[in-house]
Write a protein that binds this ligand. Structure first.
Ligand code: NAP
Length: 491
């Protein structure tokens, strides 16, 4: 990832300037009205769209991703900023609850209590390598933290440093012109500066997308601080797919095509790539997968570090005595094409830990099972996942009903007859899951609920009306949805 003209690590003096300015901006950013912050986000979105040609050209040069993909990702990024602006104007993210004083309250008289969400303070964001726009400098973590009212310091990913720096300039200028305080947003470069950020007492939360090892190291640092902070790490996942006998019999061509498209999308470099597939023994589906895989071309990966990581993971998987090559090769080429491996249910059950490993690239392990009851056993034993998919038929309710139940316990998103790649940015999206899929199972890194990560609730007790924040005042001057004496009120 040594790139010509890439920016050097941020100096100690510049780091200090960035973080002290972010800390100073925390109060004014929190005090800005949601409508003001919505305007900031829309200004950033417009500036990124204006700079699209320049940004996409740099991104192509640094990430080897094709232009249409990058342009689509930039649209996703600007849409995401706009959607958080809508969230701010709607106001329910503030979670306002008003309980008037009640001398007759069932457990004894209650005082006047008013609760709302407030921003945590400066947030550090570790940009991802595989989405240079949508999960990077101006991506979902940044958008949701700014929406919450938190200044943001991004630690640039070394895979696209020039793009990170140029994007940061566009974002900073747009925020400045829209009236945001200095320090609302900044970028730092360098691994050590990332470690400084997560231990810096002025930083109040972290958000990360990347490897299990990297995320866990930073999570541990966040937890070991004298004042621990929340650290929202989105880590790895094998995204299991469970193909029932009915689906394999009735739709094997569709299932094969859908799977091959999903596992190779973006050269397999998606955290939602389906990397583990349970298929009934003896079904023709496996032949279709092998035939389909044979014709697929290779493509360059994001950078040498990712390709080397993929080659190591695939090499270790292929070397396991339980594993056989079905298609492609255990030797990862310069431009890898799809590699499919197989094993049996019993062998898989004996070595789950070694076989359920993420190979971040175009590869998957197919597990043959004999009895649909084994699908339930496998699902119950699986580690926390971002997604889990059932390819089934409604006629198999006795199998798929319990399977969906078990999977809802193991994964953040459960899919029926779909494919996990492609994560819509919308209100009902859950992109999270139990550890090790993430370090914080109770929230999401994609979708509008992501804003909740950077907020904490405060109750005001018996505070005079004109001293309360506007959303809690009796007249509700911002017109936000509120639960008043237990009843939801939508203006
Ligand atoms: P990574 O190695 O985890 O790096 C992500 C970020 O964390 C980088 O900014 C990196 O800084 C920093 N970091 C990592 N370990 C650190 C440590 N011990 N101390 C301080 N900072 C640390 O992830 P990556 O480079 O994107 O890709 C490597 C692997 O991550 C892939 O092969 C894949 O398995 C996984 N991945 C997952 C996702 C996902 O969506 N969940 C996305 C992309 C990649 P430096 O690079 O400056 O050291």
């Amino acid at each position: 990832m040594n790139q010509p003209n890439a920016p050097a690590p941020t100096s100690d003096a510049d780091y200090e300037q960035v973080v002290s300015t972010a800390a100073a901006a925390a109060a004014p950013v929190a005090a800005a009205t949601p409508a003001d912050r919505a305007g900031w986000l829309e200004a950033v979105a417009a500036a990124l769209a204006d700079a699209a040609d320049e940004l996409v050209e740099i991104a192509q040069d640094e990430t080897r991703l094709p232009e249409p993909r990058l342009r689509g990702e930039l649209v996703r990024t600007t849409f995401q900023l706009g959607l958080f602006a809508d969230v701010l104007r709607e106001g329910s993210y503030l979670g306002v609850r008003v309980d008037h004083a009640d001398p007759e309250w069932g457990m004894g008289p209650r005082p006047d209590l008013r609760r709302m969400q407030r921003p945590l303070g400066p947030v550090a964001v570790w940009a991802a390598s595989n989405f240079p726009f949508a999960f990077s400098v101006a991506g979902g973590d940044t958008a949701s933290a700014l929406a919450a009212g938190c200044p943001v310091v991004v630690k640039a990913h070394p895979g696209h440093l020039r793009l990170s720096q140029r994007t940061a300039q566009v974002v900073t200028n747009a925020l400045h012109q829209a009236g945001a305080p200095d320090g609302t947003f900044a970028l730092v470069v360098g691994t050590d500066n990332g470690r400084l950020l997560v231990t810096d007492p002025r930083i109040k939360a972290g958000a990360f997308t990347g490897s299990l090892a990297g995320g866990r190291a930073l999570f541990d640092l966040a937890a070991a601080r004298p004042e621990p902070i929340p650290f929202f790490g989105e880590l790895g996942s094998v995204n299991p797919v469970f193909v029932t006998p009915g689906a394999a019999a009735e739709r094997s061509q569709d299932v094969a095509e859908g799977f091959l498209g999903s596992v190779t999308l973006g050269v397999g470099q998606f955290c939602t790539k389906p990397g583990l597939v349970f298929v009934p023994s003896g079904s023709g589906l496996v032949d279709r997968l092998a035939e389909g895989a044979a014709g697929l071309p290779g493509a360059p990966m994001l950078n040498d570090r990712i390709r080397e990581g993929f080659a190591t993971a695939v090499g270790e998987l292929a070397a396991r005595p339980e594993v056989t090559v079905l298609a492609g090769s255990a030797e990862v080429a310069e431009e890898p094409s799809l590699a499919l491996f197989t094993t049996t249910y019993d062998q898989h059950a004996r070595a789950r830990e070694q076989l359920e490993v993420e190979c971040f690239g175009p590869a998957a392990l197919i597990v043959y099972y004999d009895d649909p009851a084994q699908l339930l056993e496998a699902a119950a034993a699986i580690e926390g996942q971002l997604t889990a998919t059932v390819q089934g038929t409604e006629a198999e309710a006795g199998v798929v009903g319990p399977l969906l139940d078990v999977l809802a316990d193991r994964a953040g998103r459960v899919l029926w007859n779909g494919w996990p790649t492609g994560v819509s940015v919308t209100h009902a999206m859950e992109h999270g899951g139990p550890y090790p899929a993430t370090t914080a199972a109770s929230t999401t890194s994609v979708g509008t609920a992501a804003v909740e990560r950077f907020l904490r609730p405060v109750s005001y007790q018996s505070v005079p009306d004109d001293l309360l924040p506007p959303p809690l005042q009796e007249a509700n001057p911002w017109g936000v949805p509120r639960r008043v004496d237990g009843v939801l009120q939508i203006p």
